[in-house]
Write a protein that binds this ligand. Structure first.
Ligand code: ADP
Length: 483
């Protein structure tokens, strides 16, 4: 194995100190599996409990710090991430496999998120009202929750931790952060920047290791007041049960099977761009990926033929190579899942329009070509989230039929429509049962300063990001005063 750029020192950060783990793990580069990206410390239940205890001890002090102090800390973290965006982007591309431009963009986004929440720490929020009783004044203030456990997935190893850690700290909570096992170097790099921002010891803690042990300890600890999780539906459901049993506050972001509707009046070139970007970029490893392309009958064949043409021209390769459009799948396990989904789609009668093969490149990695199917609404390829570069086209008779198909899913994260009709676009925005809608834009790709989240099986609890993040990371207190 190559260890040239090996990330040394990926240790736990507990109570203001870097700690070795109970065991050691490695992460590999999915573009070149000979390269170890990180050797990292793995915690067990006891070490996780030390981190939780440290966060609980730090909370009374941190929650009473001034907004200026919190704003300064977050601003410093955001500035350093922005200055180092290229270096951090390279690390992300090596460890997760998204292309270098996408990875640099994600690092920058993480920096902007910290800067945004630096501002939010200062802005605060509250209301003063007249009471219904004479002479009494009522105010409503927001207070932090306590210790928050942040459990994150591998597909956005900087942006998702940033959009949980930044509001948690901005509103005065202390943090126990557990990154996904496939991306410890990214989690560590972020923690290393945070560790130099003059936070009191214990306010922010990093624990790495397995979901079953480290993640589960966070979920079960009575000292953890709230849990924000992004990941799979199965794990999310499990966390929901466990956390609500002990009445912890929970926020979950899970899967999607997002529709992109293409109407006959759409600018077809734009629609094809939206479909290809939304379904396949970042190797389709987005919860906002457009994995169901719902196309009005009269433009169906032209749309399919243009998408196939575009897919054939995409360059699939090493995440760091110049000109790569799509990097590798994140790991062997996910690649096997994608290939199995393709086999089962063919077996259930979906029409395979190409792609879905393993590809060999100069370096050994988890490369596959983007796959397209023509499916029926009942096919599993049109119902189950695959989380890879696999999309299907569903034929719609007209707009009304397309809307029914768009909502015919257990998920409800986002939904897009390509049309030149303002009336249809507005109708779709109102009637799509999702948390986010996009008109003439890819479903994947959202702003960092506005709410993110969905409905139905996609999400649970208040939205993430933007000012609405306060709904999860704070609780309200109502005060009555007779002066
Ligand atoms: P994926 O299949 O994409 O890896 P998961 O939902 O399994 O998605 O993982 C998302 C995050 O949840 C990861 O950080 C993982 O370690 C963590 N996790 C997995 N199982 C549990 C669990 N039982 N309790 C808490 N966290 C978990």
């Amino acid at each position: 194995m190559k260890r040239s750029d090996l990330q040394q020192n990926a240790r736990q950060y507990i109570n203001g100190r870097w700690e070795t783990g109970v065991t050691t793990g490695i992460s590999e580069n999915p573009s070149d599996t000979r390269e170890v990206v990180a050797e990292y410390a793995r915690a067990d239940r006891n070490q996780t409990e030390l981190a939780i205890r440290a966060a609980a001890d730090a909370f009374p002090h941190w929650s009473q710090t001034t907004p200026q102090r919190r704003a300064d800390v977050l601003d410093q973290i955001g500035s350093e991430i922005l200055v180092r965006r290229e270096e951090l982007g390279k690390l992300l591309a090596r460890e997760e496999g998204k292309t270098l431009p996408e990875a640099i963009g994600e690092a920058a986004r993480a920096g902007h998120i910290f800067k945004f929440f630096a501002g939010e720490a200062l802005r605060g929020d509250g209301e003063t009202l007249a009471s219904v009783r004479p002479g009494v004044q009522v105010d409503i203030t927001r207070e932090p929750l306590g210790v928050v456990g942040l459990i994150t997935p591998w597909n956005f190893p900087f942006a998702i931790p940033a959009w949980k850690i930044a509001p948690a700290l901005a509103y005065g909570n202390s943090v126990v952060f557990k990154p996904a096992e496939l991306v410890p170097a990214c989690g560590w790099a972020l923690a290393e920047i945070i560790s130099r921002a003059a936070l009191p010891a214990g306010t922010f803690n990093l624990v790495m290791g397995s979901g079953r042990e480290v993640g589960q300890s966070i979920v079960d600890s009575p000292l953890v007041d709230a849990i924000s999780f992004t990941g799979s539906v199965v794990t999310g459901e499990h966390i929901l049960q466990a956390a609500t049993r002990r009445r912890a506050k929970v926020q979950l972001e899970m899967g999607g099977k997002n529709p992109l509707v293409v109407l006959a009046d759409a600018d077809l070139d734009r629609a094809v761009d939206c479909a290809v970007q939304g379904a396949y970029f970042s190797t389709g490893q987005h919860c906002t990926a457009s994995s169901r392309l719902i196309v009005e009958s009269t433009v169906h064949d032209a749309f399919v033929s243009r998408v196939r043409h575009r897919l054939a021209a995409l360059k699939i390769g090493h995440a760091l190579a110049q000109g790569t459009d799509i990097g590798p799948v994140v790991d062997r396990h996910q690649l096997e899942r994608n290939l199995a989904a393709i086999e089962s789609a063919t077996a259930e009668g979906a029409e395979h329009m190409g792609g879905g093969e393993r590809l060999n490149r100069a370096t050994t990695g988890y490369y596959m070509s983007p796959a397209l199917f023509l499916a029926k609404p009942e096919h599993r390829v049109a119902r189950d989230e695959i989380f890879g570069p696999v999309a299907c086209v569903l034929r719609a008779d007209d707009y009304e039929h397309a809307l029914v198909l768009a909502n015919d899913t257990p998920f409800g994260l986002c939904a897009g429509i390509c049309t030149t009709s303002l009336a249809r676009a507005m109708h779709f925005k109102r009637h799509a049962r999702v948390g986010m809608t996009m008109v003439n834009l890819p479903t994947a790709g959202v702003d960092y300063h506005v709410p993110f989240g969905g409905r139905k099986a996609s999400s649970y609890g208040p939205r993430e990001q933007g000012r609405h993040a306060a709904e999860f990371y704070t609780t309200v207190k109502t005060g009555y005063v007779l002066a």
